[in-house]
Design a protein around this ligand. Sequence first.
Ligand code: BTN
Length: 245
Amino acid sequence: MGFGRPHRHFRRVDSTNERAKELAAAGAPGGLVVTSDEQTAGRGRRGHAWFAPPGSCLLYSALLRPYSGEEVPLLPLAVPIAVCEAAEAIAPVRCQIKWPNDVWIDERKVAGVLVEARPDQGWAVIGVGINIAITDEDFPAELRESATSLLPTEAEDGLPPGGAPSVRRALAALNESLERWVEAGGDEVLDTYRPRDLLCGRRISWEGGAGVAREVDERGHLVVDTEGGGEVALGAGEVHLSFNR
Ligand code: BTN
């Protein structure tokens, strides 16, 4: 399935995921992509708001249809791989994935993924926000240390003037890489995900415990060696992780 046909672009919406879900419920075809220059109520995982200054980010929601929950093994892991590849196609960066689906560059978050699936209705909306051209000063104080953008913020980073990746190029690259990764098999997703895994070998903690992250298993769970000498497999929806940067 290709993504980007049809494509609905808005100057301003509440949330591209909300628009895509509305269109999905009204019968829109698989492959639909909704983008916007600005969101007034952009949403992140776990009910958080998603910060994005107007025009500086790719705000993207794609409709996957048909989707019963079985067509794409490990969808929440396949999407951040596609985001990494799109980012690396348009900027001289190397991305990692903080399980389950945050995309990081040099220990800072550059992109997030919010998949909202309705298998009973036969579709899923894949929401992606990528920071394209935000200077450190443009981030609110609470994000300045932990967030980054594809555009280098230092002149000495070496990109020529005008060499900054554009939101439009990011859109084309993501349409292409997402098409590839929603069609990939589970083994290929895992084999590609694991070398990008930011948490592997790091000490992490969550509401229920602490330990050292070992690997992501075949179900997409994060296997952790716990402090007490045991092992636990964390499900993506279950925990909020902290780790030492
Ligand atoms: C996260 O890391 O918490 C997920 C962030 C997902 C943000 C994107 S921006 C486009 C789409 N519309 C939304 O309201 N959210 C997603």
